[in-house]
Design a protein around this ligand. Structure first.
Ligand SMILES: Nc1ncnc2c1ncn2[C@@H]1O[C@H](COP(=O)(O)OP(=O)(O)O)[C@@H](O)[C@H]1O
Ligand SMILES: [Mg+2]
Length: 441
């Protein structure tokens, strides 16, 4: 199916509103040379709205103009962030048949990331999101995941009760099986094991839960998270950081932020943390704290071998209290690689994304820090990881051989601590020292 006339109406949930406001029209066409061209124009009613906010403060400021892009296949990053990725598209294909890009945006019903919504007509607001609402629903979802990803299920009609449940998985990005869930008055993402997960390692939801807790120990902000057993299936619940009660908070992935300066993104520092740190400036009122936090995430990813740290696994979320974006809590901090990784997905130092202590200490100014502060952060994080990774996995019920099989990911942290931190100091390094390490400004 193609969306009507290559256009979708864009809606935005403004702070303090518990429903979407029509924001504008997005049209996707093809240039004579064959490149896709996206055009966006704000609705005059939106420009006149007392609570108006730009949906992208850098590329789409509040003006009665037509904005155009051929980057990211013609779809402004901030609109893409509100659509599905591999998992959601896979479900939509199975539920509604193959779509074009706008069709995917329109069919993602399950609680999209951020505050943007879409509809096919300016007179019909977007439908309320489909969500799972109980543990019973989660159990049906676990069954539905099995049915839909099994080879036998491909091409077969999907029973009606499963269709409804699967609709709740159509919207958040990413490739792993996931659903939006409303539980205990809050909104969560439920992440499931996937077909190709490596059997020798702990289940991915368990690994991810342990990684989030470990990151928290390292002074990194993470969403509330927990591992639950759904009829024998380990499922990770991660609280949505873009929902507060009935309100939806705006979101922009690092990719959107990076492409907000297309020239820089095209020609230099391709997809680097350094560039993300710089480009955050116009989005965040007081970016220094977030830059330090970003540095901690670089170190954490390097010392836990997380190469899945690409530009859609970082993002900014709008905080209505300070009327500014902030770095969103860390999410998806683990990858499924079964070999030691040598570099991160995004560059961060003089030697691009190479994982080494020298490289981690090579570019402090990119993160608004000096070498002493970086060194203190690195020591603190290495000690936390080396000292706790086994216990976090064990506590969640991972089997000992599975834990041993993960040792390769933490080898750099362990050898760094052995070589650089005396045993007397390993327990003493405190969060305070992280903040006020030698040389900290
Ligand atoms: N806690 C969260 N709150 C709101 N949105 C989130 C949260 N975690 C992830 N997301 C959004 O959902 C997308 C997919 O989630 P992610 O955990 O990255 O899944 P995957 O492992 O499949 O990549 C992310 O790219 C982000 O846009
Ligand atoms: Mg992801």
């Amino acid at each position: 199916m193609r969306s009507e006339n290559g256009q979708v109406w864009v809606w935005n949930w403004l702070p303090g509103h518990d429903g979407p406001v029509l924001a504008g029209l997005f049209e996707l066409g093809v240039e004579p040379g064959g490149r896709r061209l996206g055009r966006f124009r704000y609705a005059q009613t939106y420009l006149d709205h007392p609570g108006r906010l730009p949906i992208d403060p850098v590329l789409l400021p509040l003006r009665p103009a037509e904005f155009k892009t051929t980057d990211l296949e013609g779809i402004f990053g901030v609109l893409r962030d509100a659509g599905p990725d591999a998992w959601g598209k896979f479900l939509i294909d199975r539920l509604h048949g193959p779509q074009d890009e706008l069709g995917y945006l329109l069919h993602a019903h399950g609680g999209r990331t951020g505050s943007i919504d879409f509809s096919a007509s300016r007179d019909i607001p977007p439908a309320p999101p489909r969500m799972l609402t109980s543990f019973q629903n989660l159990a049906i979802a676990a069954l539905a995941v099995r049915v839909i990803i099994s080879a036998k299920g491909a091409g077969e009609p999907i029973p009606d009760d499963l269709r409804e449940v699967l609709d709740a998985g159509t919207s958040n990005g990413g490739a792993r099986p996931k659903f939006t869930v409303a539980l205990e008055g809050r909104t969560w993402i439920a992440k499931f094991p996937a077909k190709d997960d490596h059997a020798a390692l702990p289940p991915m939801p368990l690994q991810e839960c342990a990684a989030l807790t470990l990151a928290q120990r390292c002074g990194i902000r993470v969403p509330e998270h927990r591992l639950v057993d759904v009829k024998g299936v380990p499922v990770l619940l991660v609280e949505r950081f873009d929902r507060v009660g009935a309100q939806r908070l705006s979101y922009a992935s690092a990719r959107t932020v990076l492409w907000s300066n297309p020239e820089v993104q095209r020609w230099s520092y391709m997809g680097s943390y350094n560039n993300f740190s710089r480009q955050m400036g116009p989005w965040i009122r007081t970016p220094d704290e977030d830059r330090h936090e970003l540095y901690r995430r670089v170190v954490f990813n390097a010392l836990t071998g997380n190469q899945d740290d690409h530009d859609q696994n970082h993002g900014l979320v709008f905080d209505p209290e300070i009327a500014s974006y902030r770095l969103a809590p860390m999410f998806d901090p683990v990858d499924s690689t079964v070999r030691p990784v040598r570099s991160l997905a995004m560059a961060f130092g003089d030697d691009a994304g190479t994982i080494s202590i020298d490289n981690l200490l090579s570019n402090p100014e990119s993160f608004g820090m000096d070498k002493g502060a970086c060194d203190a952060a690195l020591r603190f994080i290495a000690v936390q990881i080396a000292g706790h990774w086994r216990a976090e996995l064990r506590q969640l019920g991972a089997a000992e051989p599975q834990i041993d099989a993960m040792a390769y990911r933490f080898a750099i942290a362990e050898s760094f601590v052995r070589a650089n931190v005396t045993s007397a100091h390993r327990d003493d390094i405190s969060a305070e020292e992280l903040a006020t390490g030698p040389g900290a400004p």
